[in-house]
Design a binder for this molecule. Sequence first.
Ligand code: FAD
Length: 496
Amino acid sequence: MAAGDTQPELPDRVIVPRSDRHQVVVIGSGFGGLFGTKQLRKADVDVTMIAKTTHHLFQPLLYQVATGILSEGEIAPPTREVLANQKNAQVLLGEVTRIDLENRLVTSHVLGRELVTPYDSLIVAAGAGQSYFGNDHFAQFAPGMKSIDDALELRGRIFGAFEMAELGAARGENVDHLLTFVVVGAGPTGVEMAGQIAELAHRTLTRDFRAISTRQARVILVDAAPQVLPPFGAKLGRWTQEKLEKLGVEVMLGALVSQVDERGLVVKYKDGSEKRIDAVTKVWAAGVQANPLGKQLAEQTGAPLDRAGRISVNPDLTLPGYPEVFVVGDMISLDNLPGVAQVAIQGAKYAAKEIEGRLQGKPAQAPFKYFDKGSMAIVSRFRAVAMVGKLRLTGIIAWLMWLVVHLFYITGFKNRVTAVMHWFVSFIGKGRSERTSTEQQIFARVALQRLARGATDLVSEPGEFDESQRRAELEAQAAEEARLSDENKRGVKVGG
Ligand SMILES: Cc1cc2nc3c(=O)[nH]c(=O)nc-3n(C[C@H](O)[C@H](O)[C@H](O)COP(=O)(O)OP(=O)(O)OC[C@H]3O[C@@H](n4cnc5c(N)ncnc54)[C@H](O)[C@@H]3O)c2cc1C
């Protein structure tokens, strides 16, 4: 284009033209979105997947990206590539901002452009985000673990802390705050993260530095609840705590985080006593909040939301009064279903089958029933816990199971091959293949957020956070999680 020529104006709002076939819109490219779309590959429908990232993210392995074991590409292949051979599916980048149930329209935005996509059937699988329990300003000092951006920022912060400690120690300064790592939240993600940081400090990095001994690093796992890994029940929780402590992780339970700043955080105990921990690197692995699209759906249908923002759905995963709209995965509240990948996968497949069945004139399926294939969490190399039905496994058997299952679910053959190679490097050897991080990954996101939204994210509404109420809720939630697992009550119809 010659100098002085003007760019052709792009229309701000585009309405996606529809074909004569039944139109299915799928929101999200996570577990629910991807498996729902794939399930429709042979159906006589056009599927439009709208997602705010161009990749399908395998969240369970985010902590391995953050701690330098895997690359981001291995756990986040391009959705477009994954669906390249599915001719009835198209992928559109965009953040869905509005679902109009009456007119069957989904509105999404990308870079200021609005797209309106009509649907005949809709599968909403927009997942959940991090919850800071009303303290959103903690986020800039303690990033969560929900996205590739989060994992890369944490990678930079973790490895960067060792670098800064080396510099400080060479100048004779106290670097304890740089060599202290706090993980908030003793659920599976927190346990896995704490275990990996401890392995980094006590095993991987021991020969790399001159002025510091990385073995001196403290890794602290903090939770307001009285046990580690509540969703795995009391026994596996105790086993995990013991193994973490052997690994050098300090486990602080009953400790509610009440303040977070650049240099550390403050925890408060039930008796009112407080303890400050000086730690530059903090990871927030506590609390989830369902996607805000759930609130929109609740307002339009009257379906209630629970405290985590999850919407109540009918037993067939549809919304009251809107049988053409299915909600699946982390966004729903139904029969104590846990927020795990299999709930999203099975729910999305169920919804897709129902859509196809209706078009073929088949009778409705029986209500959705979750088949619990088990849960597992890794503590360190060769140590994991697994729960399959009534079976409880620990140690190397659980670890091998973890390896096989995760390998099976990683998307794409080449990602499986390279993941195995990287696991070999880290678990059999001592290395980490993916330690690279850039300054932009560490600092740019916070700067961009401030530019885009001013300082609104950095302050929370005063009074939103009632410490004693929050503690009581977290304790009750942990007790309930442990009870449901111990009594095998997940996915069992409540009150029926
Ligand atoms: C760190 C971590 C570790 C985990 N470990 C395990 C584990 O070991 N085992 C297990 O079973 N589960 C695990 N989970 C939980 C599991 O990942 C979730 O239960 C599962 O991803 C839920 O699937 P979903 O489809 O509901 O949501 P997601 O997989 O989160 O997908 C949501 C999708 O919606 C998109 N999206 C969100 N908002 C919008 C919008 N407004 N517009 C367009 N697109 C949007 C997102 O970009 C994403 O593509 C873990 C989760 C995390 C965060």
